[in-house]
Design a binder for this molecule. Structure first.
Ligand code: GLU
Length: 481
């Protein structure tokens, strides 16, 4: 069957490496609309082969966030389907077979180079102003030498043999023809020394096996696409159509980043954005909807969204606009429903239940509970310098420490032990006392010099919102300069 006639099957393929990203929701929305408009299937595949970046809680957060937005998938690890398993770590046998096929056909080769040798090579290339690429040393190995190394259990990777010289041409449905000179395409690693496939290999093998008709993903993957197209060719498979969506940008046009905007969907949910407002906002990005429409539902998008209309200009993720739109949605709610929203989010039972032990030892009247825990219900707290500045530190030093604190907490696993260890490590690094670092964190999180237990409070408030509070503190204080 030619790809034109094949049924539409699209997928999102997030990697469970942390909090689910707004960019994932944006791409999920586009895939969802594409499938719904064409009577196709929308598939969720978990790309969990990068074991170094794997985060155990991430997969469930991806499900929860996408369901919250109403973007239901037809096939996936949790709902099943005829093309499973949908988790790449459960498909490793398939990748090994695929690699064997390529090795056998001479389209790929084993590379035994050590990380040290590769690093030295990279440095030489950088010094000579050459693009970084593998120098094909291991391609010179005779079959006997390869066998000897295999017998000696030498670790190896498998690389794709990219035809040199050469060129790969493919069509992007939004951009037209794209050409890549192989002078700029490295002999890509397909299988890592830990036996896991790389993104490139697993992605292509699975898109083929799952009969994906259209790959709709973010622009940042364009430079991977020639490698994928080469792989499809090497296997003798027909490549899917490719649609690379413009990257979301910060208002200053840089690529959307957690330095400038909260990017975790968990944050938006916990901070009280309504899913219908979020979906509406994401639908406004990129220009797929008629220009005169500003407020619409997911169903209206399914009806009116046009992929041909998407502009490549780089849609701006404007948080102010999202907040405004969310306000429009909140004001339109009947009060009973608004009450219900409050009761399931910022005043939700499970949340309140976690707060009770933080205040119980410290109150004489019930109303004091609110005085103590106010910071856990507020969108913003704004401690003045007399609250957040340690006595012996300057404002500059303190803001720098705040930025370091943000970076340290971003990397931290959200547990008591890990938070404590991070704060102590940071104190050492800064040459501050641990007490000073705890005080600074307390001031930024709670707005006060005294509060319920600090780390317990941060655990209850959650990572996404704590990071947002720190980021807003830094922005606010830098702007005051
Ligand atoms: N695993 C990749 C990601 O994290 C998938 C990219 C693609 O859609 O090919 O986004």
């Amino acid at each position: 069957m030619s790809p034109d006639a094949a049924p539409v099957r699209v997928r999102i393929a997030p990697s469970p490496t942390g909090d689910p990203h707004v960019g994932t929701a944006y791409i999920a929305l586009l895939n969802y609309l594409f499938a719904r408009q064409r009577g196709g299937r929308f598939i969720l595949r978990i790309e969990d082969t990068d074991r170094t970046r794997f985060v155990g809680t991430s997969e469930q957060m991806i499900y929860d966030s996408l369901r919250w937005l109403g973007l239901a998938w037809d096939e996936g690890p949790d709902v099943g389907g005829a093309y499973g398993p949908y988790r790449q770590s459960e498909r490793t046998e398939l990748y090994r077979q695929a690699v064997d096929q390529l090795l056998h056909a001479g389209q790929a080769y084993r590379c035994f180079c050590t990380p040290e040798r590769l690093e030295a090579m990279r440095q030489q290339q950088a010094a000579a102003h050459q693009p970084p690429r593998y120098d094909r040393t291991c391609l010179q190995l005779t079959p006997a030498e390869v066998q000897a190394r295999l017998a000696g259990q030498h670790p190896y990777v498998v690389r794709l043999m990219v035809p040199q010289p050469g060129e790969t041409v493919f069509r992007d449905e939004l951009r037209g023809e794209i050409r890549f000179d192989h002078a700029n395409v490295d002999d890509q690693v397909l299988l890592k020394s830990d036996g896991y496939p790389t993104y490139h290999l697993a992605n292509v093998v699975d898109d083929h096996a799952m009969e994906i008709s259209d790959v709709i993903r973010a622009e940042e993957w364009i430079s991977s696409t020639p490698k994928h197209v080469l792989l499809y060719g090497a296997f003798g498979w027909t490549a899917p159509r490719f649609w690379h969506m413009p990257l979301l940008r910060n208002p200053d046009k840089s690529k959307i980043s957690k330095r400038k905007n909260p990017v975790s969907l968990v944050y938006y949910r916990q901070a009280g954005f309504l899913p219908q407002a979020m979906i509406n906002f994401l639908g406004l990005l990129g220009g797929g909807m008629p220009a005169d429409l500003e407020k619409f539902t997911l169903d209206e998008m399914t009806e009116k969204f046009q992929f041909e209309r998407i502009s490549l200009g780089g849609p701006v993720f404007d948080l102010e606009k999202l907040r405004w739109l969310n306000g429009v949605y909140l004001r339109a709610l009947p009060p009973e429903e608004l009450l219900n929203e409050l009761r399931t989010t910022v005043f939700g039972q499970p949340y309140l239940r976690q707060i009770v032990p933080l205040v119980q030892e410290r109150i004489e009247t019930l109303a004091q509970a609110a005085d103590l825990a106010d910071f856990l219900f507020r969108d913003e707290v704004a401690p003045p310098p007399e609250v957040y500045l340690p006595k012996k530190r300057t404002r500059e030093e303190t803001l720098k420490a705040g930025a370091e604190l943000l970076a340290a907490l971003e990397a931290a696993e959200w547990s008591h032990a890990e938070l404590e260890a991070e704060l102590r490590r940071l104190a050492d690094k800064l040459g501050w006392t641990a007490k000073e670092v705890f005080m600074l964190f307390r001031a930024i999180l709670t707005g006060k010099t005294a509060s319920p237990p600090l780390l317990e409070s941060a655990l209850v408030f959650g990572k996404a919102r704590t990071l947002d509070r720190l980021r807003r503190f830094l922005e606010r204080e830098k702007a005051r300069r």
